[in-house]
Design a protein around this ligand. Sequence first.
Ligand code: F3S
Length: 391
Amino acid sequence: MELTKEQKEMLEGKHGNAVRKSMSILVALGEIYGAKRLIPVTSVQISGVSYDNLGDAGLEFLDEMAKDGKTRVKTTLNPAGMDMENWEALGIDPEFARKQKLVIEAFEKMGVEATCTCTPYFIGNKPNFGDHIAWGESSAVTYANSVLGAKTNKEGGPSSIASALTGFTAEYGLHLDENRRAQFVAEVKANIENPMLFGALGNVVGKLAKGRIPLITGIEKASTEDLKSLSASIVTYGGAPLFHIDGITPNRTEVPEEKVIVSQEDIDNAVKEMNDTGDVEFIFLGCPHCSIEELERISELLRGKKVKKELWIGVARPIKKIADEKGYSEIIEQSGAKFACDTCHVVAPLKGRFHSIATNSAKGIFYGRGKNNFKTMFRTLEECIQKAVGE
Ligand code: F3S
């Protein structure tokens, strides 16, 4: 791989130990994937932030990098294992909280913005069309590639930190235009009209894709929340972290010959398959983290009501602040629902605390089952609220 003078100096340790380590990670990755060079990135999103995933070995690595490593581009964090302010109300163990705080402190020392969210594009880390970036977190990566038209591979924790501290990534995979073309058409002949159904569509198309990039046709309109939901589910269920929707997403692609039909029956079956029988103990909304429009809708639905079940709402802290100013938070909290800023039902240590979950997120269903052994109920946002208030 050809390195510039500056990159060679980074590799030789002239910019400190953390940069040297970072550069060696990027060069190793580039060589594995056949990259010819390293390219500059404009933005980084770091995944693997929960102490639940990192453990002590991960914390040690972060401490080492934080000794002399400083971010060179805008860098944000994926959700952590707990709400950094409200962790006690969410029942988090104090020892876990202590370790999670150390993780965030190490990132802050490096200059990372310590708002932990999987929707960084709602809080100012929103790359432009065509930008090369280095993002972790599969739903955010897919949203950035597909909806924003930025270019990123699905980075792991160490490689995204390496990009943050050097400002570079290896040029391979989805950074190259020839790897961003659609490989089959998924023609939708079904009614897809809310984020939950876009999640079901992601389940069906992701399984059909088996790692390939689809061009989805037959969708007339899609809101930001619909696309956020589709981005989360399509990659969870097996698709590449990039999709195209004819007439909606900004990337241009040729129309491939292979075509599969996604029927109403396919969608209905996917919805059915994501529903277990029985009632639920716990409801989570905000996977990926809620937009301000979703918080407005939730507050309308909860106004004057009391929840009878544990209801958490995942959101980035700056979006929650906007909701505070608009009065949505007060209505939501008066109902007994809890905000889960900085975290979510998948990265928080919830195993054993609940046995069943209702959510409008197909990704949330997948990990609720896989990580926490939850029985699942897959419903619209409105139906989830009805469950929470016992209607
Ligand atoms: Fe975000 Fe957690 Fe869902 S990271 S996409 S809320 S699983």
